[in-house]
Ligand binder design. Structure first.
Ligand code: 13P
Ligand code: SF4
Length: 340
């Protein structure tokens, strides 16, 4: 066994939860994952060491698609709880682990199933579109889920005369409404505390100080409207302003001709961007925009998950059954050959 003193959980108080993410840690994680036929999935906001050890790193849509088709026996989801729950809904017969079940999401907490049922009662004919950042119970009350990378396609797939209830993110909702021009789209007033905190004044200031830079902005950001205002007023050339999911940011990083990019999203994103395009100078618009839930998945927690089989994610089978259709529609829409 490759374990060394640095792999004794809690024996070494580094910022990584008590384990140094060194060669011994990497070897032990890979050995245990192979032994259990486990696939390691990591969201783009994870610590760099977690992103680098994963089999797949990506955005919430890409990781859901992998979870749905993987032939592994166990999925270890290095992300937040709703992401692991979505994997369990899609693959109910697999064991799904999250290295720390306390890794929640302030956006998912901004609406519960009872609140959604009350909202639906006010609009009985509306189609319910829920962002994937929601609990399984909310998904069970939903017609179709979406992520930031396919929200526009999902809403466009709904007949234009049908009312839409879009939840829970108000900034993503405003973005979808702007792009689709849809007046009958009602938006829940939820937000993510990390993205809401990246504000327009900060973005304008950073853009003025970096006149040649592209702006990559996640649609959950409080500054998404300001980014489009800067483009509309010609303050930043419109072709330099891009509203993108985390996965689309990586694709765009490979395509851009610009030498510097200002990034408005959670700071974990910088790691994948710098790997994708090392010649580009990527800077965070707000370098305090760190999601404490994402950072609960430490190297020590990942090792514990593999050694002790926890924290296992369970979704009530009745809820999972009711949520599955909405999640499956989400992974089909925007996929080549899978809908709009
Ligand atoms: P993506 O869907 O762009 O990966 O974003 C998920 C998320 O939690 C954003 O905060
Ligand atoms: Fe949730 Fe925001 Fe963290 Fe994403 S960054 S997981 S939306 S709290």
């Amino acid at each position: 066994m490759a374990a060394t003193a640095s792999l004794e959980l809690g024996s070494d108080l580094t910022p990584y939860g008590g384990v140094r993410p060194d060669e011994a840690w990497r070897a032990e994680v890979r050995r245990l994952a192979a032994e259990q036929n486990a696939v390691l999935l990591a969201h783009n906001y994870q610590l760099p060491e977690i992103q680098d050890i994963a089999d797949h790193t990506g955005d919430s849509l890409g990781l859901s698609r992998i979870a749905a088709t993987s032939d592994a026996d166990t999925i270890i989801f290095c992300g937040v709880h709703f992401m692991a729950e979505t994997a369990k809904i899609l693959s109910p017969d697999k064991r799904v682990l999250i290295p720390d079940a306390r890794a929640g999401c302030s956006l998912a907490d901004s609406i519960d199933a009872e609140q959604l049922r009350a909202w639906k009662a006010e609009h009985p004919d509306a189609v319910v579109v829920s962002y994937v950042n929601t609990t399984a119970e909310v998904k069970a009350e939903t017609d179709v889920c979406c992520t930031s990378s396919n929200a526009v396609d999902v809403v466009r797939s709904i007949p234009s005369d049908r009312e839409v209830l879009f939840l829970p993110d108000q900034f993503l909702g405003a973005h979808v409404k702007r792009v689709t021009g849809r007046e009958n789209l009602h938006i829940w007033a939820g937000e993510c505390h990390v993205h809401a905190g990246i504000n327009g004044a900060e973005l304008a200031e950073r853009a003025a100080a970096n006149p040649g830079a592209d702006l990559f902005v996640h649609p959950e950001c409080g500054c998404a409207t300001s980014a489009l205002y800067l483009a509309g007023e010609g303050i930043v050339p419109s072709e330099r302003v891009k509203i993108l999911s985390t996965g689309d940011m990586v694709t765009q990083a490979r395509a851009t001709k610009s030498r510097s990019v200002l990034v408005a999203t959670e700071v974990g994103m910088l790691h994948q961007l710098r790997k994708a395009a090392p010649e580009i100078d990527f800077q965070a618009v707000n370098d305090r925009a760190s999601c404490r839930y994402m950072k609960m998945i430490t190297p020590a927690a990942l090792l514990r998950a593999l050694r002790e089989g926890r924290d296992e994610v369970h979704v009530d089978p009745v809820i999972a059954e009711r949520a599955r259709g909405a999640v499956q529609r989400m992974i089909e829409i925007g996929q080549p050959g899978g809908g709009e």
